[in-house]
Write a protein that binds this ligand. Sequence first.
Ligand SMILES: [Zn+2]
Length: 205
Amino acid sequence: MKILEHTISKNNNKIELLGDDNYKNILVIGVFHGDEPQGEILINEYLKNNSSKLLFIPCLNPDGRDLNTRQNANNVDLNRNFPTNNWIKSEDKQYYGGEEAASEIETKFVLNILEKYKPKAILTLHSPYCVVNYDGDANEIAVKCSEFINYPVEEDIGYPTPGSFGTYCGKERNIPTITLELSEEIPIEDLEEPVFKIFKYLETL
Ligand SMILES: [Zn+2]
């Protein structure tokens, strides 16, 4: 895999977009939230043994990963920092969406990639809720993912999420966007088989 794009985070970590020469416009993102490390581990393990036409950001939030925080080094929840129509400045600490929309390096990195690579489907890897969430026209993909991993499909998380990636890509731009909430109760090795099946299925889209 080549490094197609990269940027440097506030704390001097590299954030990378990986892909092959003949990549498909399907994007997989790990570690939106720094305390949800499963995505990066699974992506790296997958790429050890598989060539892939998918585009991967194995770790969007390396500063949060190192700090073991949901947020990035500016205490911003990246999943509330996207410039959605309903973005509002929030004083809520856990879901703090930044001083303004798209204020963060990580968010800008993703926005540039969306602009340049125009993904036709996106998968983001979170934890710990054991559910396949989706935004936009992604029911069919969500049902497939659900079959592989045996988590239920949920179209809406049930409360407004201003500035969320799913709202920005799925609801406002109609890019099929899957938010896969993985278990943190079971060993990560046990997630490999179902998640790798999902990656392989995405390759066929
Ligand atoms: Zn998350």
